[in-house]
Ligand binder design. Structure first.
Ligand SMILES: [Zn+2]
Length: 322
């Protein structure tokens, strides 16, 4: 039976490829480190090799389609990855044609935030929510909107980048050219920088956890110290929670979705940031009832990208059949 879907989650350092049924069940998943700097040819060969291995491991089930969620920017219509920022050497790389030629099935390329959001809508915490926003807080902040099960696309198919909405114009410089973007204040690397600055000034629990090594302080250490009650760490968690909350407030003010699913490395510790986030949301509920927006943590961490990429090719096949 030719019903096997392949979902690919291509990140800056990690590649995940999953075999997914048309019902969204993950049959098998292969996760490997990914070194983009070895070049697109090596990378695409590696991806094709893993797809073949997965197909062989699923008892010879035939392929129905392949979905690729890649860290953006991507030009979806042309099947092109244009991301030399987090995939060094991957500038204007057509990934769809070679994969399509190799396997002769429909192949769809999505921005990874869109793929993860589709996964949440299909099989995750956002299941069935008609207006769903998804926010991934990791090395950056990715945002996506799903409306009635379909990815919201901007003009000419461009993917809106909510991580670069400006939260504080007097904030730190971002690689995009702005200052005080959401991700330059509240993504993992930004949290690490602020935690190191606080520890350098105030000392305390974070330095004790890294044996005095400032450069080892990251978001995880901050969360650990805050959980242990360290006052400087707790104050910084409050500040980061405010930044996280303000970005969510902006999403609510613009779209007022039924729900927002949170995922990514930083959100694994959602419980630590939740009280501060909830406080900010409650402060901004004069004109819209913020408590109507379900804020939930992902239940399929690490798999939403693969599941959503698989779903995206199913959507493509359905659209083409119309
Ligand atoms: Zn930016």
């Amino acid at each position: 039976m030719d019903d096997l879907l392949i979902g690919i989650d291509l990140g800056g350092t990690n590649l995940r490829v999953g075999a997914v049924t048309p019902q969204g069940e993950v049959l098998d998943i292969i996760s490997e480190p990914f070194d983009a700097a070895r070049g697109p040819q090596v990378g695409i060969d590696k991806i094709c090799g893993i797809i073949t291995a997965l197909r062989d491991r699923t008892m010879g089930r035939g392929l129905r389609g392949i979905g690729i969620g890649a860290t953006g920017p991507v030009v979806r219509e042309r099947g092109v990855i244009q991301n030399p920022y987090t995939l060094p050497t991957w500038e204007d790389v057509d990934i769809v044609s070679p994969v399509c030629n190799r396997f002769s099935v429909p192949v769809n390329l999505e921005n990874d935030a869109d793929a993860a959001a589709l996964g949440e809508y299909w099989m995750g915490a956002g299941r069935g929510l008609r207006r769903l926003a998804a926010v991934t807080v990791g090395t950056g902040i990715g945002t996506a909107l799903i409306l009635d099960g379909k990815v919201y696309r901007g003009a000419e198919g461009w993917h809106p980048e909510g991580g670069h909405m400006v939260i504080d114009p007097s904030g730190p410089a971002c690689y995009c050219g702005s200052h005080g973007c959401w991700e330059s204040l509240a993504a993992g690397p930004a949290i690490a920088l602020q935690a190191q600055a606080v520890a350098a000034q105030e000392g305390g629990g974070m330095l004790r956890l890294t044996d005095g090594k400032l450069n080892l302080i990251d978001a995880r250490i901050l969360v650990k110290a805050a959980r242990q009650g360290d006052p400087p760490a707790r104050r910084l968690v409050e500040k980061i929670s405010t930044y996280l909350g303000l970005g969510l407030v902006n999403i609510c003010m613009l779209y007022f979705p039924d729900g927002i699913v949170l995922s990514g490395g930083v959100m694994r510790s959602y419980e630590v940031f939740a009280p501060g986030i909830q406080q900010v949301l409650a402060h901004h509920d004069a004109v819209v009832p913020m408590d109507k927006v379900k804020i939930v943590k992902t239940q399929i961490e690490g798999q939403s990208g693969v599941i959503g990429a698989a779903r995206s090719v199913l959507n493509l096949i359905e659209e083409q059949a119309l």
